[in-house]
Design a protein. Sequence first.
Length: 176
Amino acid sequence: MHLRPKRSQCLHCDGSSTTTQTLSWYTPRSSFPKAYEKQILLIMIHSTVQDTSVKEDMGYEAIMGIIDRSIAREIQWEDVPRFEVIGLDEISLKKGHRDFVAIITGRMETETVILGVLPDRKTATVKTLLSSIPQRVRQTIHAVCTDRYAGCVNAAKEVFGKRVKIVIDRFPVAKL
């Protein structure tokens, strides 16, 4: 897809400043629409950047760009009415299970949505994110789905206590 946003120049402004049209469905300097970037992040759950690169026939750097743009974003909790289930998964940036980032998903009715991507999977990082969930949304959460990684499990237990069930994702269980 080739996109050429409209550019405008104000003839009445000092220095003739230029503005570029922005649209809600794409991120400037990205080669992909936002919906496709979200789909790539969902595909990456239980996968690596390299595997996703092969599956989607796109470059490693393009996928890393999607991850970097997602890490930079802050979660807009005012747009979130409720979640019954929160998902905590890590993405291996390299084969051999090194250099992880954590992807946070939420389940709204029948749709899984990407809430954000954390720069690492440390307990403190995950706990900080879970603690930032507003009380009105936190009360609607009934379960946290995660793999067996202790950092995510412990962070969920510390933030939600016994009120929320910790559910182990089926993929690591099937692997065992």
